[in-house]
Every structure is written in structure tokens, then in C-alpha cells.
Design a protein around this ligand. Structure first.
Ligand SMILES: [Zn+2]
Length: 165
């Protein structure tokens, strides 16, 4: 369902779940996150001064305030730790339930993500999940040459299908 002016874009992406809607380099200091995502790499910032890894990515290290940050891969597979199926209060234009999980990516990294390609009740704690990267509607941005469409991507996780299922 498409609602002009309302950020429930074709049921794939709510702006409320994306803290950095402008992915273009001109507007966003964490743009490498999206460039990495396009290569199917989920990355976080890693402080070159103290080694602290930040998720979501940052422009300044919350531990030592250094802005000398690099990028580190979080991996593209993990295990579901806690699962929620949201039936009420789902953003306008979305079908219920909206499934989310806290995912253990290994190496001490845990992230909260939307789960797609999954029926309600299907996902269990401990199930394997894998990264999915998909295109979302472009953002119109103003450049010297005029308004241009800036392509965008976003991510979710999906269950790893077991053989024979
Ligand atoms: Zn630091």
C-alpha cells in the first residue's frame, strides 16, 4: 500500500526504523555503511583510537570521543535470541504482525532487526537467520544540477531455510 507523504513505502520500509534516511555521501557521514550494505556486508564503526565497536554506526566514538573511526564487519548470519511479533501499533500501511528479533551475530555482537520472509509463529529462539539487503524507494535530493533521485538500500534478516522445508 502506497500513501503519498506517509513514510510506509510500499510496505518495505518505515522511516521510523531508519535513523539515517539520507544515504547519499553529501548528506550523511556514515554513508560507507550503505555502500557496504550494497555489497551485502553489515558493518559497524570501530574506533581506531580505543577499539570500541559501535552499533548503530557513529561518527564519534561514545567511549573516547575520537572521530577517527573505521569499519568492521558484523557478519551476515546469526541466531534469533528474542523474538517479538507486533500486532498492535504497527506503522500505518503495514500488515501485521511485524516480526523483530534480537539477533546474536557472534563475536559479542547483538543487533535488533526486522525479520522478513517469515510466517507468524515460525521463528523460534536459536533459529539461524541471514542478512537480506533490498532496494527501498529513492530519496529526492537537491544538487547543483537540480533534483536527483538518490538510490537507497535497507536491510532485514530472514530465516535460513532448512533442507527439505
Ligand atoms: Zn574510542
Amino acid at each position: 500500500m502506497s500513501l503519498p507523504g506517509i513514510p510506509s513505502l510500499e510496505g518495505t520500509y518505515p522511516s521510523t526504523m531508519d535513523p539515517y534516511p539520507y544515504e547519499a555521501k553529501e548528506f550523511n557521514r556514515i554513508y560507507p555503511f550503505y555502500e557496504n550494505l550494497r555489497q551485502k556486508r553489515l558493518t559497524a564503526t570501530k574506533c581506531n583510537a580505543c577499539g570500541h565497536i559501535s552499533w548503530p554506526p557513529r561518527v564519534v566514538c561514545p567511549e573516547c570521543n575520537s572521530d577517527n573511526l573505521g569499519w568492521t564487519d558484523l557478519g551476515s548470519k546469526g541466531k534469533a535470541r528474542t523474538i517479538t511479533e507486533e500486532f498492535a501499533g504497527v506503522p500505518l500501511g503495514w500488515e501485521t504482525p511485524l516480526i523483530h528479533a534480537l539477533i546474536d551475530l557472534g563475536g559479542g555482537h547483538k543487533i535488533f532487526s526486522r525479520i522478513v520472509n517469515c510466517k507468524p509463529g515460525e521463528l523460534k529462539e536459536g533459529d539461524e537467520l541471514q542478512l537480506v539487503v533490498y532496494d527501498i524507494p529513492p530519496m529526492l535530493i537537491e544538487k547543483r544540477e537540480g533534483m536527483i533521485e538518490s538510490p537507497r538500500v535497507f536491510f532485514a534478516f530472514e530465516p535460513v531455510k532448512k533442507a527439505g522445508k
